[in-house]
Design a protein around this ligand. Structure first.
Ligand code: MTE
Ligand code: MO
Length: 543
């Protein structure tokens, strides 16, 4: 460092405020990296970005959440986390600048973010208790200390009029600061090494978090699903049309839509999983283990699931072959009776390990339909994203009022007494799936050749069944589409319509009629509060 003395005393460097902002950014990165590392020791969900993200999701009004799902689809969670990081980056830069002038305010600001993160982590519905605050607190303290030191030496540089670097040991400057001023190399070195250390800590933390849940993964790999006592009939060969661009009759697990609020997919060890059934009308609360369920007679059924957030023409509908325990039988064993037989409860509230609550009408769950606690999806144990080890599936009801993933608790109650998660946020208490239909091919703005163009898609009215699908070209008459064979009334049905297409721009519209005879309504509604309605149209140009 001696040779530095030969350098001119004051070198034109980046302005102090820029260095301050840089210090703020470094402190922010360090805080998050340390937090991530600590979260690996506590639990992934306690990471401040995940905890704050969860709190943001919970406070997002229904229309905004719906917009996010529409706009970003299954990437909505990634977008949210990137958004949080972007906001934090701006605030960190600002705190750094502020800290140059008011050093304590800068550090206090970083600590304040720690408090916000800790508060979010502790108040999550699935919180692991006060230890969930540790990542935010430890991270913020590390970030605050770093900012204090980095900016302290910037300030020292200003107040002692740029002393010769390295010349004096850390001595008190005019204003009593303990800090020694930065020289250029010192700052660069400190910045580079804290950045590198943060990168290492962050990466190690992330990968440790990712490696969590080995027991759960092992329990899933070991699981061999028993043969169902009541197997599904083979899908009729003619339920699946061979038409390019149509949705396959069975949606592969990898392609199945995913909608939930979980920023970290819960990894539940099946061997330690328990389901408690309790509440109004339950004779004695019962707790089931996974083995208890495996020992029961299982049913296998094809059921099409639909999300209430599915727009007209949207992608949030999928069809799978589920294996599970009939839910009505299990409830009956616990003494539960539906309201029509005088039972005191009319709502079944399912609660998941991540604190989500979904409320289903008990009458429908027990009316003989194949409501189940599903353990398998398309021949394999449930994928983690779809609720391993156990989820609910109820034919005919939108997912948010029936399809609880990672379920761990069933409480019998009344609609009057309790509003579950989505209902508190403006969605309807009861939400049967609306009759819907979608044109899969041709795609919007396609340019097919004139002649015969195959128009095809899917239609659904779970638990009522689809009886008819019609297609309209421009303002012409409704023409009957050909329906593929029906698998069951709980599944969607493919349809096709060979269209003699003349050159020019055309609008294709589809509508379905369910087995109660009611025609899919033309009336357009948004998804909130109980599902979108209206006809799906596609505009194409025939060449
Ligand atoms: N634990 C939990 N279960 C949940 C949800 C959730 O956010 N958390 N979302 C529900 C909604 S809105 C739908 S549409 C279905 C989607 O199930 P899938 O992701 O397996 O397609 O899960 C339901 N079950
Ligand atoms: Mo949903």
């Amino acid at each position: 460092m001696r040779d530095e003395e030969k350098e001119p005393r004051v070198r034109p460097g980046p302005p102090r405020l820029v260095l301050g902002a840089l210090s703020g950014a470094l402190a922010g990165v360090a805080a998050l990296a340390v937090a991530e590392l600590v979260a690996a020791a506590v639990r992934p969900q306690s990471s401040p970005v995940v905890a704050v993200g969860g709190a943001v999701i919970d406070r997002t009004p229904a229309p905004v959440k719906d917009w996010a799902i529409r706009r970003f689809g299954t990437d909505d969670k990634l977008v949210l986390q990137l958004g949080i990081l972007a906001v934090l980056a701006v605030l960190a830069l600002a705190l750094g600048v502020l800290a140059v002038r008011f050093r304590r305010v800068g550090a206090a600001g970083v600590l304040l973010f720690g408090v916000v993160g800790a508060g979010a982590a502790i108040s999550r519905p699935d919180s692991g208790g006060v230890t969930d605050a540790l990542p935010s607190v430890v991270g913020a303290v590390a970030g605050a200390l770093l900012l204090h030191v980095l900016v302290g030496r910037l300030a020292a540089g200003r107040r002692s009029a740029a002393p010769v670097a390295g010349a004096a040991p850390a001595r008190t400057t005019e204003d009593g600061s303990r800090f020694q001023a930065w020289d250029r190399r010192g700052f660069v070195l400190a910045a580079a090494s804290t950045a590198a250390a943060s990168a290492v800590a962050g990466t190690v933390g992330r990968s440790l978090n990712g490696a969590r849940g080995q027991d759960a993964i092992a329990s899933r790999e070991r699981l061999v699903l028993p043969l169902p006592g009541s197997p599904a009939l083979p899908v009729p060969g003619r339920a699946g049309l061979r038409i390019a661009g149509i949705s396959p009759f069975v949606t592969a697990n990898e392609d199945f839509y995913r909608v939930d609020t979980a920023l970290v997919v819960p990894k539940v060890d099946a061997t330690r999983w328990r389901l408690r059934v309790h509440g109004k009308g339950v004779r004695l609360p019962v707790t089931y283990s996974f083995d208890d369920l495996l020992r029961r007679e299982l049913i296998e059924r094809d059921i099409t699931l639909t999300c209430v957030s599915n727009e007209v023409g949207g992608p949030y509908v999928g069809n799978a072959r589920w294996i599970g325990v009939p839910l009505a039988d299990l409830l009956a064993e616990c003494g539960v009776e539906p309201p029509s037989r005088g039972g005191p409860a009319d709502q079944l509230v399912a609660r998941s390990v991540d604190g989500m609550t979904l409320g289903s009408p008990l009458e429908e769950v027990m009316d003989g339909r194949d409501a189940m606690l599903a353990l398998g999806m398309n021949g394999e144990p449930l994928p983690f994203e779809h609720g391993f080890p156990v989820r609910m599936v109820v034919p005919g009801l939108y997912g948010y009022v029936s399809a609880c993933k990672w379920i761990e608790d069933i409480e019998l109650t009344t609609f009057d007494a309790y509003d579950p998660y989505w209902v508190k946020r403006g969605w309807a208490r009861r939400a049967p799936v609306k009759t819907g239909s979608r044109i899969d091919t041709p795609k919007p703005f396609a340019r097919p050749r004139s002649g015969t163009v195959m128009v095809a898609g899917v239609a659904w009215a779970q638990h009522r069944g689809i009886d008819r699908v019609e297609v309209r070209v421009d303002d012409g008459p409704w023409q009957e589409a050909r329906l593929a064979a029906e698998d069951s009334r709980d599944t969607w049905r493919q349809w096709s319509f060979p269209w003699q297409a003349a050159k020019g721009g055309h609008t294709l519209t589809v509508r379905a009629t369910d087995r109660t005879g009611s025609v899919q309504t033309e009336k357009r509604t948004r998804t909130v509060p109980d599902g979108a309605s209206g006809w799906h149209s596609v505009v194409v140009t025939v060449e």
